[in-house]
Design a binder for this molecule. Structure first.
Ligand code: 48H
Length: 258
């Protein structure tokens, strides 16, 4: 077999020049989604489909957030109607379990939701932690970004800031971005109530209802919405996460097109 010879100089130049171009592109984004769990990936897909320049910033080096763990590590997730349509649209194979209830494979769901966000035009930056926000004239105007590896190292390295027209907190149970906004900017008057105990039926409807804007420029979706608004948790059923991601994309698109 002939293996084309590529030297270290070419490899390094290619990575630095093309990696820098990628970073230059995301400097000018319409929407920054924080977190590549199910709600973040779905939000990014529909934001991009609605014509908004979208980037997802994910702390880990992988996609899927809490979806990877299924329910207590069993590799299946439950999705109910009509959320199953979002998985079908992404090409995920579904198995009918009972009326209105569908089962999907964990790895396939993560892979295809991520691929479908990317194919729709969203960019995903892995290993990047959002540690603060840009706030100007009482409006969230972007995020402060640091490599997760730098955070873990404990080195004092100043972050970079990326502007955007909207930021979405899809960070899951911790609602990290909204919590930072609330703590550092008391004039926003945001209360982070903390999520309630489990009640799957109530939680799955509630999570969609409470998805929305928290303060000018900052939106919340997925489990982070329950954490902010005090909604119950739902356990390993993921329909609400998918519907919440889609809803936040539609709300932001409407708001930015006004
Ligand atoms: C960059 C960050 C940061 C940060 C966190 O937890 P997730 O899967 O979140 P959702 O809301 O899409 O889905 C929630 C679901 O997985 C779940 O936990 C459910 C349904 N629980 C029910 C229950 O009862 O327990 O994904 C969040 C992602 C993760 O990948 C984090 O690494 C990432 O966000 N993240 N990325 N900067 N500051 N904080």
């Amino acid at each position: 077999m002939q293996v084309f010879p590529v030297g270290e100089k070419t490899i390094t130049e290619a990575i630095i020049s093309k990696g820098s171009s990628f970073l230059m592109e995301i400097v000018d984004s319409d929407v920054i989604v924080v977190g590549a769990g199910p709600s973040g990936l779905v939000a990014a897909k529909y934001l991009a489909k609605l014509g908004l320049k979208t980037v997802v910033m994910e702390r880990r080096l992988s996609f899927g957030g809490g979806m990877g763990g299924g329910g207590m590590l069993f590799p299946r997730i439950v999705v109910q109607e009509p959320a199953h349509e979002i998985l079908l649209e992404a090409g995920v194979h579904l198995e009918s379990y009972s009326k209105g209830v569908w089962i999907a494979d964990v790895a396939e769901s993560i892979a295809k939701l991520a691929a479908s966000a990317i194919d729709s035009g969203a960019k995903i930056l892995l290993g990047a932690t959002v540690e603060d926000l840009i706030v100007r004239s009482s409006r969230v105007c972007g995020v402060v970004l640091q490599w997760s590896a730098i955070q873990l190292s404990g080195l004092h390295v100043d972050p970079l800031a990326i502007e955007s027209r909207a930021v979405v907190d899809c960070t899951g149970h911790g609602a990290e971005v909204v919590t930072i906004a609330a703590k550092k900017n008391p004039f926003f008057n945001i209360k982070v109530l903390g999520e309630g105990s489990m009640d799957a039926v109530t939680a799955e409807k509630n999570i969609v209802d409470i998805t929305g804007e928290v303060c000018p420029g900052l939106w919340v979706a997925g489990m982070a919405a329950a954490a902010v608004k005090g909604g119950p948790r739902m356990g390993p059923i993921f329909g609400g996460m998918l519907l919440s991601g889609k809803k936040v994309a539609e709300l932001i698109s409407k708001s930015l097109k006004k």
